[in-house]
Design a protein around this ligand. Sequence first.
Ligand SMILES: C[S@@+](CC[C@H](N)C(=O)[O-])C[C@H]1O[C@@H](n2cnc3c(N)ncnc32)[C@H](O)[C@@H]1O
Length: 292
Amino acid sequence: MASPLKCLLGSESSYTKSFQIFLDYSTEHQCMYEFIDTILSDHLSSIGNGKSVLNVLGIGSGKGQIDLRILSYLKLKHPGVSINNEVMDPNEEHLKSYRELVAKTPHLENISFTWNRMTASEYKDKLDKETEARKFDFIHMIQMLYYVEDPDEVIKYFHGLLAQNGKLLIIIVSGNSGWERLWTEYKSQLCCTNSSIYITSDYIMKTLDTFGLKYQHFDIPSTFNITECFGANNEIGDLMLDFLTEIVNFRATAPPDLRDHVLALLRHPDCTLEKDGKFLFNNTLTAIIVES
Ligand SMILES: C[S@@+](CC[C@H](N)C(=O)[O-])C[C@H]1O[C@@H](n2cnc3c(N)ncnc32)[C@H](O)[C@@H]1O
């Protein structure tokens, strides 16, 4: 029998709404900024081989906040260099917000933006049709590998597009996070058609090892305040639950047993720290910097 549960990614507006709630109630972007400022910035110095133009590719860029932080450091580390920044994301609402952010951000001179409203595999098809082979000095896949059909193939293909001294940055939820605990226990019942949706850094690092790629990894502590999930008739809590399970309207459409077990696990110390009356879900991320 077909499952009544509907995958969140299949509905662009539901996805956009619950992702925004996740950003509003988590330290996700704040801790990524800290990672970029303190660790990634140094790694950006060595890319480019002294060229006067840097080619950058953002895969699943969302609304562009993280991309612009990275670009600001690329400018700082490579003064006077021009940057071609290719943006790729299938979500129209996200791309619109990214464009608006670019329009109101100062000091982006020397950076050109090319907008690609497409998935990673559509972008691959586009490049495959081009006559001249492309190379990129920096490619990032930030919190998006859950949404591709075959993450291994995506990593392999895009890593193959790195220029000499280029780097690939992957950020994904950590194997030590609450996500790992939640998904290990319930992924078979949450049942999105795309089986790669519930992956963590442990899976990605095994893949990189299999490919024999050289990388460094960094854990980035982060929390998601999910207290609202435990209130009744609470739209914010419902959107949080949708994002955690990757299911649209999980509270209303999941079988009651599954819903109750997921809610119980979300309160459990394995996933969540209870502090000052707040429930802080362990949203630890792992950043992986892969060499060309
Ligand atoms: C969790 S958001 C992360 C956005 C951004 N990187 C950030 O960290 O703020 C995931 C993004 O991946 C995009 N996405 C979904 N499926 C994709 C695919 N097959 N290829 C590329 N991007 C995809 C979504 O539209 C969304 O903008």
